[in-house]
Design a protein around this ligand. Structure first.
Ligand SMILES: Cc1cc2nc3c(=O)[nH]c(=O)nc-3n(C[C@H](O)[C@H](O)[C@H](O)COP(=O)(O)O)c2cc1C
Length: 383
């Protein structure tokens, strides 16, 4: 029987899927619904200090980014919780708990580390958290919070240390992908005593321009989320997992069980999701978890520990990969429908049209591997 339980930074989650800090967890009821749908953990919207910091545009702040008519991502201009801190402490967190998921509370790192420590103390004293998540990564603020802290290793270290000076619960830090080297920042968290890292918040971005009016689709810089960001997050996750020994929660573009498996194979322990729930509702949680369980059963895995990090040893510098033997495309004439797609995407001019099928001149093929992925009839093998 498959066991989906995981232990993240000393806290047991009934499964690895966690509702990321965002709109679906803007109040206790939303978090409770995610819990009742079966999710392993929930993270409320980031709890900050005073209300005017949290005000976000209520005249449009979410923009779908589409390609070929289908959404591939979303830009948002949403800041922190719009709910008073007292409301969370006195009422909303207790409602959220009724869903039965582990409670990972997101706390905003304040401009001064001492203020952060005070906030951590206050949230911890409410007695509702199982684990804490310090937010040094919101991509929107033009001021001294969010990614302005998280892109700097020294500031991240100071914030982690201050939060840890009062934290009795495990403390994780949610990092920003808007850095060239996340390893340096994750190391600063570890040095500051952090118990885990969350990789990561959304990518600072711009939504686009309406070409009829010349107006920006959203008039500010926002956070990019959803399926399109997965490769960027996987880069950061795998670099950190290979270099820093610290528990990791991964987030970015998790739309199905497959991305959970991928993230765990790259070293994550829990995997968070936001956009999938925003696009499909809380019920998608139940489906994703069922699919994960079925996949584990089919593969004969009993625990997620068996797959954690298994992809990491196969990652190598590109210079090393260049030393490996070459491969080339090979076309099966029985499957080729002569459509010409492979010729169009081959910039080495290695593929030519035949009477009934295309053929590859092996010595001209540079082994890039693109044509088999475009072939509509799976006629090309890469050997
Ligand atoms: C509308 C919206 C609001 C968000 N609010 C927060 C927030 O308050 N705190 C936070 O740490 N991250 C916030 N995020 C970032 C998400 O938690 C998550 O890191 C990001 O969306 C990537 O995950 P996804 O691709 O599954 O959406 C927000 C994201 C969205 C789309």
């Amino acid at each position: 029987m498959t066991d989906l339980r995981v232990n993240f930074a000393g806290v047991e989650f009934r499964n690895p899927l966690v509702l990321a800090s965002a709109t679906p967890g803007w109040d206790g009821e939303g978090l409770k619904r995610a819990g009742l749908a079966g999710i392993g953990g929930v993270v409320p919207k980031t709890i900050g200090p005073v209300q005017d910091w949290a005000a976000h545009p209520c005249n449009g702040r979410l923009q779908l980014i589409k390609h070929g008519g289908k959404p591939i991502g979303m830009v948002n201009l949403e800041l922190f919780t719009t709910m008073a801190r007292e409301a969370w402490i006195e009422k909303e967190l207790a409602i959220a708990k009724e869903g039965g998921a582990a409670m990972q509370i997101s706390i905003l790192a304040m401009p001064q580390p001492e203020e952060t420590a005070k906030l951590v103390q206050e949230i911890q004293d409410a007695g509702m958290a199982d684990i804490l998540e310090l937010n040094v990564s919101c991509p929107m603020p033009a001021s001294t919070v969010g990614m302005h802290i998280g892109k700097n290793a020294k500031l991240t270290y100071e914030q982690t240390k201050a939060a840890k000076s009062v934290a009795k619960l495990p403390l994780t830090v949610k990092l920003t992908p808007n850095v060239s080297d996340m390893v340096e920042i994750a190391s600063a968290v570890k040095e500051g005593g952090g118990d885990g890292v969350v990789i990561s918040n959304s990518i600072r971005s711009f939504a686009g321009v309406d070409i009829e009016t010349g107006m920006p689709l959203l008039r500010g810089y926002g956070g990019y989320s959803g399926p399109a960001i997965k490769p960027v997050i996987m880069r950061h996750l795998s670099e950190v997992a290979r270099a820093v020994k610290i528990p990791i929660s991964a987030i970015g573009g998790v739309m199905s069980f497959k991305e959970i498996v991928e993230y765990i194979m790259l070293g994550a322990t829990t995997v968070q999701t936001c956009t999938a729930v925003m696009w499909n509702g809380y019920n998608i949680i139940t489906k994703i978890l069922k699919d994960l369980e079925n996949w584990m059963d089919q593969k004969g895995y009993q625990s997620l520990d068996e797959i954690r990090g298994i992809a990491l040893p196969h990652i190598a510098p590109v210079e090393e990969l260049a030393k490996l033997p070459s491969k080339h495309a090979q076309i099966d004439p029985d499957k080729c429908n002569n459509c010409g797609t492979c010729m169009r995407v081959c910039f080495y001019r290695a593929i030519s049209a035949g009477d009934n099928a295309h053929c590859v001149k092996e010595t001209d093929c540079d082994g890039c591997g693109l044509c088999p992925q475009w072939c509509p009839t799976q006629a090309i093998q890469f050997v």
